[in-house]
Write a protein that binds this ligand. Structure first.
Ligand code: ADP
Ligand code: ZN
Length: 722
């Protein structure tokens, strides 16, 4: 038996007489004085006196957890050095879903409303309810941006009428007749044929679908999805930021006639429950989701697509630390079906796997419909210096002007939320820092908090405070200076330069829900907006035909810091942003503001020469035996008591494995030496490629006994070095 408990690694129970249980069955068992649900994993270990064993109580009706998924849970646990119980817990993330859902109360527009007090919120609810299907109070409240209490109050007052609904699976069967055919270009057809054949044949394979933005990668992998659907299996499409993928969902509906099941952190509880059940029961045929969708209990998974496979959002950084892209490949291998990795800028790991023949590769070299890739111009900020206190160079300003004059749209990209990344006192030099993290507080000027507009925020822990009138250090009044730009400050500058231009800020704190994202996309598509000022949330996937100019305000941001993947990631991000430009009939331009135009990342962007850049990066990694040519594991030691953390880190260092091909670096204070009030130290294990690091880590971690106040997180294949 495996129980979804963080420390659990298998429990023995007795099967009551006359009961037949199979591996994978969901059952209920007594544990202490509780009853918990778990999964039959196989025969017990048998080192327990039979008379001491407790009986399994009863079974849930849920279909058994498929063998591929059980092997996957074992594998992930072993690889990440987590307990199997912790991994099972991710797969059983909706405990309620094991039981049939109780009926829910839903509300619909009342045929004859009236006689109640109208408020703005009630009016919004009625607008949303009008003509729609019955919805739960939570759903209506979300759509009408009010509290569920408003909805219930309105129903009590007679403005809505209530019905009892049995929640149904979000997706039922696909009708092959509803799947629209698209006429593929010859190159697309070749790629699609390859993927369709692999999907139809089954068996494990990994294929990199590599094509410039706009080349039709999505259309191509939709062919494989269609094939899997016709053959009766389930399909998982992983997207890095599902909450922001309104355009993707719309395209899917156009093509397949129905919506896929969605899985992400923004789902309501009843939707979660229904989706989990539909995935386990096999009724949800296509799931599109964020990384956690990989852990759902698929009944019959036959294809995984990882779109934007290079994206670091696939890396889960807390709890069970894993990379969903890598684990998707493992899942496909254990389940014996194909995986498709999709990117215009594949990760170096994937590029090397493709180069060495472990992965198949399918190229789509051109944009669909003859659209040209945009021209990339490097703007050397040392020559094209913006006026003091501003961030747009004369060249970029002139290009913006031309674009607006032509009735086209522009995007300014700056990967910094808020108004300014640092605020300091002009009199004494005091800098506002988070009391709980090693980080500056970021000023947010446009956002209104409980005590008026303007806040200082920590982007790591959420700490927030009002900008005081006096300097906390020298008491000087009105002496604060904002240092550097965030998107809000850029918006201010653009508004001064182009007062008639309709602009919008797109950042994770201004676009907070999938609905807000969908609204934004619609406004851009409808040309209600001329200028988009955005962070990385606008970098990905979007297709805006009228957008012809992209200005990258500070291309150098991502290159600082000692991150192994800094150059690779910068290139990927900037290339993605650049790819938003000129996707329709009008040719696009990209202006890249930098103080290092000679940097290989900038050169590769300008020359459209990814191959040379990737080759150089591969060479550098190989020379340094860095991933994927060597292995890395990070240990992050943390706790509230700094001395205890230090001591523990040193103890780990003393016990570090000594053997050829293994090197342990640290302990060093993590770049965020303080995060959410916890002190942090890092150790880094570097090993030769052929070494199974798990075999080294187990004895190492067991050799050191640590105080309970100190936690050690194991990050195999770390992406973040913070
Ligand atoms: P990518 O995923 O490579 O960025 P997309 O699949 O999003 O490319 O395609 C870019 C645009 O071109 C989309 O609007 C898509 O609908 C369109 N497109 C691509 N291929 C075709 C095709 N064969 N027929 C019609 N439209 C296509
Ligand atoms: Zn903080």
């Amino acid at each position: 038996m495996l129980l979804p408990l963080p420390l659990g690694d298998g429990y023995d129970y007795r099967v009551p007489p006359n009961r037949v249980l199979r591996p994978g069955d969901f059952v209920r068992v007594p544990l202490g004085n509780r009853v918990v649900s778990g999964v039959v994993w196989g025969k017990g270990v048998g080192d327990f006196a039979p008379e001491k064993l407790k009986d399994i109580l009863d079974s849930h009706e849920t279909p058994p957890l498929a063998g591929g998924m059980r092997r996957f849970i074992d594998w992930v646990a072993a690889y990440t050095l987590q307990s199997r119980g912790a991994v099972l817990k991710m797969a059983m993330s909706v405990p309620d879903a094991l039981n049939p859902p109780p009926p829910v109360t839903a509300y619909a527009a009342s045929p004859e409303p009236g006689g109640f007090k109208m408020t703005a919120a009630r009016k919004r609810v009625l607008e949303v309810a009008a003509g729609g299907p019955p919805r739960t109070a939570a759903e209506l409240a979300r759509l009408a941006a009010c509290s569920p209490g408003v909805v219930r109050g309105l129903a009590d007052a007679g403005g809505l009428h209530s019905v009892s609904l049995t929640p149904t699976a979000p997706v039922s069967n696909y009708d092959p007749a509803l799947i629209n055919e698209v006429a593929l270009s010859p190159e697309q057809a070749v790629s699609a044929e390859d993927l369709v054949t692999k999907t139809a044949d089954g068996g494990f394979s990994v294929t990199l679908l590599d094509g410039v933005p706009g080349s039709g990668k999505t259309e191509v992998y939709f062919e494989a999805v269609a094939r899997a659907l016709r053959d009766g299996g389930q399909v998982l499409v992983l997207l890095p930021e599902i909450a922001l993928s309104a355009q993707w969902l719309a395209r899917f509906r156009d093509r397949f006639g129905v919506a896929p099941a969605e899985w992400h952190s923004d789902l309501g509880q009843s939707q979660r429950r229904a989706t989990w059940r539909a995935v386990a029961g096999g009724q949800a045929r296509v799931v599109v989701g964020a990384r956690s969708a990989l852990m759902l209990p698929y009944a019959d998974l036959r294809l995984i697509v990882v779109d934007e496979e290079h994206d670091t959002a696939f890396k889960q950084e807390d709890g069970v630390i894993y990379n969903a892209r890598d684990m998707a490949v493992v899942r496909a291998r254990l389940g014996q079906f194909p995986a498709v990795l999709v990117s215009a800028t594949p990760s170096l790991e994937t590029a090397v796997n493709a180069r060495d023949g472990r992965y198949g590769i399918s190229h789509l070299p051109a944009r669909h419909g003859g659209a040209q890739l945009p021209d990339v111009v490097l703007v050397d900020l040392k020559e094209q210096t913006p006026p003091r206190g501003t961030w747009l160079s004369p060249l970029l300003t002139a290009e913006l002007e031309k674009t607006f004059a032509a009735g086209e749209q522009a995007m300014l990209f700056l990967n910094r939320r808020g108004y300014a990344p640092l605020t300091l006192c002009r009199t004494c030099g005091y800098r506002f820092q988070c009391p709980r993290c090693t980080a500056w507080l970021v000023e947010h000027r446009f956002k209104t908090g409980p005590d008026g507009p303007g806040r200082l925020q920590c982007h790591h822990c959420g700490f927030s405070t009002r900008l005081p009138e006096h300097c906390p250090s020298c008491e000087a009044q009105a002496s604060f200076a904002a240092c550097g730009p965030g998107v809000e400050r850029l918006a201010e500058e653009a508004a001064l330069l182009f007062p008639d231009v309709r602009q919008v800020i797109a950042a994770s704190d201004t676009i907070e829900s999938p609905k807000a994202a969908a609204d934004l996309v619609r406004r851009i598509e409808d040309h209600d907006v001329d200028l988009i000022i955005g962070t990385q949330i606008v970098a990905k996937g979007y297709h805006f035909p009228l957008l012809t100019l992209v200005g990258i305000v500070d291309a150098d941001i991502g290159l600082t810091g000692g991150d192994l993947r800094a150059a690779e990631r910068s290139y990927q991000l900037l290339y993605q942003v650049a790819g938003r430009s000129g996707r329709g009939r009008h040719p696009g331009r990209v202006l890249v503001q930098t103080v290092m135009p000679e940097h290989p990342v900038m050169q590769a962007l300008q020359a459209e020469d990814r191959e040379a850049f990737v080759a150089a990066e591969i060479k550098a990694r190989q020379a340094a035996s860095m991933p994927p040519f060597g292995r890395l594991v990070a240990l992050i030691v943390s706790g509230r008591d700094e001395a205890a953390v230090d001591q523990a880190a040193r103890a780990l260092s003393r016990a570090a494995p000594q053997r050829d091909g293994v090197l342990v670096l640290g302990p060093a204070p993590a770049p965020f030496a303080l995060l959410r009030g916890r002190h942090r130290r890092r150790l880094l294990l570097k090993a030769d490629k052929g070494i199974t690091v798990q075999n080294i880590l187990h004895p190492w971690l067991q050799a050191v006994s640590l105080p309970r106040s100190v936690r050690v997180q194991v990050d195999v294949d770390p992406y973040s070095f913070l």
